[in-house]
Design a protein around this ligand. Structure first.
Ligand code: PHE
Length: 325
């Protein structure tokens, strides 16, 4: 069998000697008839033995070929089961959306329901009904993106306060999360599109202590149980009194660090008691009802929670950044 190294070549050899039509042995068998009758049996036996030997030899060689082919396969097709698997690409919730959901869940547990409003808003809901009359600095072209004389991209989520109160009577306890827009240049802390969560509670006998207690309970769940808040007087046309709310720095617990610029406090939202004029606009009796409202930035809280120094990273959609959350 020298020179035979594959099963195909072996088949050719087998055909050459054993083919029923033209094999060497078949041809010899056919010649038996022309031999003298005395010689035929011995010649026939010889040929049969030869056929047996050739057949056996071919089969043996075939087994040999097969097992060496298997050996080659075992070697080349070796599977290393200890190798790490291929990375499987996995979708992620955007970090802003994650914080948004987390904040929403805390408020829902506290008994708030979730309202929404349009991002393209009328002058009336974005300004007028919130006691921001024409000519007020908050309407300045610098801040507001106008679509037409009467339509704006909402500059805050406060218009949802008006839409909610127009639709039903107190008691009201809602949050209104969503996108808001301002004409700001993009930098590490500004974006022309960002996110807020508005809060509004209206009933008889609601006080500023309820506002403070609600916000404190919220931030203690969002950050840590020892988080404190403080309020500083501030001005928003739709609340009176108005306040700027700070939380104790979540990085140094109030001792003073780079994030809180040494003060121990981080400014986090605007809030206040709903202005009587706003109640009058929606047909509520300001003598009967009181309420509080706030507007807090989701993006700012995401920056603090994830310690991301540049707001732009959240909106550039670089997968390398987003896949870390
Ligand atoms: N709408 C205000 C802002 O965007 C925040 C705010 C909401 C203040 C509700 C007081 C009450 O700056």
């Amino acid at each position: 069998m020298q020179g035979v190294s594959s099963l195909d070549e072996l088949t050719a050899v087998r055909d050459k000697y054993l083919s029923r039509q033209r094999g060497v042995l078949a041809l010899e068998m056919r010649k038996l008839g022309s031999l003298p009758s005395a010689e035929r049996p011995a010649a026939g036996q010889l040929l049969n033995r030869l056929k047996g030997v050739v057949t056996e030899e071919l089969e043996r060689f075939q087994e040999e070929l097969k097992s060496s082919a298997n050996a080659v396969r075992l070697k080349t097709e070796f599977l290393d089961v200890s190798l790490p698997g291929f990375p499987y690409p996995e979708g992620k919730i955007h970090p802003i959306r994650r914080v948004w959901r987390e904040m929403e869940e805390i408020f829902v547990r506290m008994g708030f329901s979730v309202e929404t409003g349009p991002q393209i808003e009328s002058d009336y809901y974005n300004f007028e009904a919130l006691n921001i009359p024409k000519g007020h600095p908050a309407r300045d072209d610098q801040d507001t993106l106008y679509i037409s004389d009467n339509l704006v991209l909402r500059t805050h989520t406060s218009p949802v306060q008006i839409r909610t109160m127009e639709g039903k009577e107190p008691p009201i306890r809602i949050i209104a999360p969503g996108r808001v827009y301002r004409r700001d240049a993009v930098d590490a802390t500004h974006s022309p599109m960002f996110h807020q969560i508005e809060g509004l509670v209206v009933d008889e006998g609601i006080t500023m202590a309820d506002l403070k207690g609600s916000l404190e309970a919220f931030f203690q769940q969002l950050f840590s149980p020892d988080t404190k808040i403080r309020m500083r007087p501030s001005y928003f046309p739709f609340v009176e009194p108005g306040a700027e709310v700070d939380v104790s720095c979540i990085f140094c617990s109030g001792k003073g660090c780079r994030v809180c610029k040494g003060s121990g406090w981080i400014e986090i939202l605007g809030a206040g008691m709903v202005h009587p004029k706003v109640f009058s606009m929606v047909g509520y009796d300001p003598e009967k009802y009181t309420g509080f409202a706030w507007g807090m930035g989701i993006d700012r809280i995401a920056i603090l929670k994830y310690q991301v120094e540049d707001l732009r990273l959240f909106f550039e959609n670089d997968i390398r950044f987003l896949s870390q959350f």
